[in-house]
Design a protein around this ligand. Structure first.
Ligand SMILES: C[S@@+](CC[C@H](N)C(=O)[O-])C[C@H]1O[C@@H](n2cnc3c(N)ncnc32)[C@H](O)[C@@H]1O
Length: 263
């Protein structure tokens, strides 16, 4: 096992808060990746792994159009003009503006990237949640201080050669020379609060699709018994490691286990 062949720099911190961010995984895997020409993250989220490894070439993708617009605007040298102040009233004014623009179908603009970043820093826990009509509905975060960046130049440098897509993970163009890191939404039985859920059949679709791709890859997920069975039965090599988060839904506060599945 060797380090990735083509690195631009030491890597950068993800600019967004994101549920399930995987920056913590980098020390576990960075020295264990096979040589690759291009890193692919089909479920990029805040892109923690790709930004942390900072390879020269990457294909990154997410089904969330606001996330994709944000990173595309950063790639085009977005400067952050704080669109609203840090008060509850300002936050809800920003959220209204964001939703008006969604309603008008104007989601791929620098203004929307600015507001998305503002909502991510200022809203509750950095959540990104939409109601059944597709409107952002995360409440105000009540932080005493918030650090907002003024630019994203360090990230733009890393993104320079990256292809950023907004598709279902099955629709992007994988190719020989890729190493793929797969981080779908976690398997959890408790997703009914969310209108758009990543269901168990999506978990099966994900594991089956990538098992048949014939390219080197690593998948991570919550190490539930059925996820471990699914990936084991598809011929992945499985490890489990302690994740830096707690299981709290059942009342105990034990460490959550993360599955790493290699092909
Ligand atoms: C666990 S998060 C990824 C977190 C990321 N690894 C990070 O470190 O920030 C899962 C992501 O999958 C995306 N997603 C859900 N369904 C998808 C699909 N069918 N195709 C592509 N992306 C999808 C979600 O929008 C979400 O950003």
């Amino acid at each position: 096992m060797t380090r990735p062949l083509i690195l631009t720099s030491a890597g950068v911190q993800p600019p967004l808060k994101w549920a399930g961010g995987k920056r913590w995984l980098i020390p576990y895997i960075a020295n264990r990746l096979p040589p690759y020409q291009r890193l692919v993250e089909p479920f990029m989220g805040a892109m923690a792994l790709t930004l942390g490894l900072a390879p020269k070439y990457a294909l990154v993708n997410d089904i969330n159009p606001h996330l994709v617009n944000f990173f595309r605007q950063v790639q085009n040298d977005l400067t952050f003009d704080l669109p609203f102040g840090h008060s509850e009233a300002d936050y809800y004014a920003a959220r209204d503006r964001f939703n008006q623009q969604i309603n008008a179908g104007r989601v791929d603009t620098p203004e929307m990237a600015n507001i998305f970043y503002y909502l991510n820093r200022t809203g509750f826990n950095g959540l990104c949640r939409f109601n059944g009509k597709g409107f952002f509905n995360v409440p105000f975060g009540r932080y005493s201080t918030i650090h907002y960046r003024t630019d994203f130049k360090d990230i733009a440098v890393v993104l320079r050669e990256y292809q950023i897509e907004c598709k279902d993970f099955t629709e992007i163009d994988y190719s020989v020379g890729d190493f793929i890191y797969i981080d779908p939404p976690y398997d959890t039985q408790f997703t009914s609060y969310s209108k758009i859920r990543f269901s168990w059949s999506d978990q099966i679709r994900t594991a089956t699709f990538f098992a048949g791709l014939g390219l080197p890859l690593l998948a991570s997920n919550q190490a539930t018994p059925r996820i471990i069975d699914l990936y084991t039965n598809l011929g992945f090599h499985i490890e489990t490691i302690a994740a830096p988060r707690r299981i709290s839904s059942s009342g105990d506060r034990s460490d959550a286990l993360e599955m790493l599945a290699w092909k």
